[in-house]
Design a protein around this ligand. Structure first.
Ligand SMILES: Cc1ncc(COP(=O)(O)O)c(C=O)c1O
Length: 400
């Protein structure tokens, strides 16, 4: 076994992946597990996307792709940014990678020097901090408190920026809180950023289409065009089109930055699968009604879970505007003991007790940088949600 590189020393294994793995192990023992831990749509990929990949394969589109994205894919992305975000990008301002995750990885590797700081509103998706650490950068968490609706307040952002800050990450609708940004919220963030011209902004808009109750999504380069040259707008097909397994993400940004990202992309992959790109072109250019239809279903599920959680003593859940997560507060349960004799001293104890005693998989808030909370994903069937909520209710009711 070779010595493992120092750069991996502080990089952890994703907690949500670890919980999904535990749920699989229990299921393999024949136990009926309710999984509310995975951030993956339970819907199928649209048929027209699958058909496009099939047709591309039959037509011989099976050779090495252009490394930064096929011309057809880039053209579809250019159209998407214009149509949905009112953003003008040229094909030379676009890079396509193997998922949103790889876009972020490439962008950070292309720009972060050791010691560079990256401001990450917390709680946040588990991978951001690890990717920054991988590049030798320093993740700087800015808390987005429950009392502020888990939103990023301008004054907290301002306080986190130093001369060493390289990037600000934005992710609204957010994983894990579901909080989204109104135009006014975004304008306040933009105003801070205008005062700090040395800081770049990476906006992860992967949950763009998952907003409820008429909430309108917005993205920072559109809200404040004066920031356009400092913004990397990232998106992908995983969450919107239920294409997690296809692995395609993309970004639009200023040409110099895009060239650097493209360089990293070309070194760590030979480009994204041609068939995936054909499917993603069909998804972006095809009928978009399914986005609203699916959002309507997610909204029903969100409301159902919120309703059930509100009946449970000890759990307090904020109503999220988007994504498919709820991030309930369990501070009132800390110090209690479960029926199985487990002392709840942290949100890790809470989710471990829940999965081991009632076989419901969720993820501890600590994994996202805020405790004591836990994340519920409602990207699963109503039947599962009903069963999961009943088990959570019983788990909490039995605590002493
Ligand atoms: C906030 C956020 N960004 C990016 C991703 C990764 O997306 P992709 O599947 O396109 O790599 C996820 C997946 O969970 C996510 O929650």
């Amino acid at each position: 076994m070779p010595t493992i590189a120092d750069r991996l020393k502080n990089v952890s294994i994703s907690a949500s992946a670890a919980m999904t793995q535990r749920a699989r192990e229990l299921a393999a023992q024949g136990i009926k597990v309710v999984s509310m831990s995975s951030g993956e749509p339970d819907f199928p990929t649209p048929a027209h996307a699958i058909e496009a990949a099939h047709a591309a394969a039959l037509a011989g589109d099976t050779k090495y792709p252009t490394m930064d994205g096929t011309p057809a894919m880039k053209a579809a992305i250019v159209r998407k940014f214009k149509r949905e975000n009112n953003l003008d990008y040229e094909p030379s301002q676009i890079v396509v990678s193997g998922g949103g995750k790889q876009v972020i990885f490439n962008a950070i590797l292309a720009t972060c020097n050791p010691g560079d700081e990256v401001v990450i509103p917390a709680p946040s998706w588990v991978s951001y901090a690890d990717i920054v650490k991988f590049a030798g950068g320093i993740p700087v968490a800015v808390p987005c408190h429950e009392a502020a609706g888990f939103k990023l307040r301008a004054e907290d952002l301002e306080a986190a920026i130093t001369p060493r800050t390289k990037w600000l990450f934005l992710n609204f609708p957010n994983n894990p809180t579901g909080a989204a940004c109104s135009r006014a919220d975004m304008a306040a963030i933009a105003e801070v950023m205008l005062r700090h011209p040395h800081v770049w902004i990476l906006t992860d808009d992967i949950y763009e289409h998952l907003v409820y109750d008429g909430f309108e999504f917005c993205t920072i380069a559109e809200v404040e065009p004066r920031l356009y040259d400092r913004v990397l707008t990232m998106n992908g097909v995983s969450k919107a089109y239920a294409m997690t397994g296809w692995r395609l993400g993309y970004c639009g940004g200023p040409k110099g930055l895009i060239a650097a990202i493209s360089n990293v992309n070309g070194q760590n992959s030979g480009g994204t699968s041609t068939l995936t790109q054909a499917a993603a072109v069909a998804a972006l250019d095809g009928p978009q009604d399914l986005l609203k239809e699916r959002a309507a279903i997610y909204k029903i599920r969100r409301d159902f879970v919120l309703g059930r959680l509100s009946e449970i003593d000890g759990i307090r859940a904020h109503r999220p505007e988007g994504a498919f997560y709820i991030f309930p507060n369990i501070s009132d349960l800390i110090g209690k003991t479960t029926k199985g004799g487990r002392k709840i001293e942290s949100d890790v104890d809470f989710v471990m007790g829940l999965v081991e005693e009632h076989h419901v998989a969720t993820v501890q808030g600590a994994a996202y940088g805020m405790s004591p909370y836990f994340r519920i994903s409602y990207a699963t069937s109503m039947e599962m949600l009903k069963e999961g909520c009943s088990r959570i209710a019983q788990y909490c009711k039995d605590m002493r």
